[in-house]
Design a protein around this ligand. Sequence first.
Ligand SMILES: [Zn+2]
Length: 187
Amino acid sequence: MGDTLPLPSAKPQTWVDDRDHLESFAKSFDPSARLAVKRSWLWVGGLKTNATTLGRTVYIPEDWSVGAVVRVIPHEVRGHVKQFRYCGLGIHPTLGIFPGMLLLYVWGLLFPILFAWGRYRLELHAETWSWRYHLQQGAYNAEEVRKRAERFAKIVASWAYVKAWPERWAVWGFKRRAEKVIRQSRQ
Ligand SMILES: [Zn+2]
């Protein structure tokens, strides 16, 4: 009889099976970026099922597909890792964790509305990069960007983001930005 051992499957089951490739893709947006498995017991509520970026690390639920991770990397790395890098004066995203959080939470204590607006703006900024990248790559067309803008605005306005911004305003802001990105992509 021949070999009875099961052959390793050629297609990765989850992103963890293709982690090295995905990490190189992430590093193409910021060289210090890294991907880590999000252990669900460490996170609460909606955070368990989302990707979350802290400093240079993008935490991703273990069961996500490769495709899902490819789609969020521009948002998480070009958006959020870079935001931490700016808060760390451009030196390193990890240095930005403390000043970034301090800024956001001091705002939050002093002016709750500015905190909410800050969260909304950070997401809008990250999504803008993601749309731009996917349009350039031909992965999304204009109609898909419009749909994603509306869907993501509703998520930002939901409890997943502690109702960061009123839904109507969020949808209006995201749609307006989406049109701008689409226009720029045609120039
Ligand atoms: Zn985000």
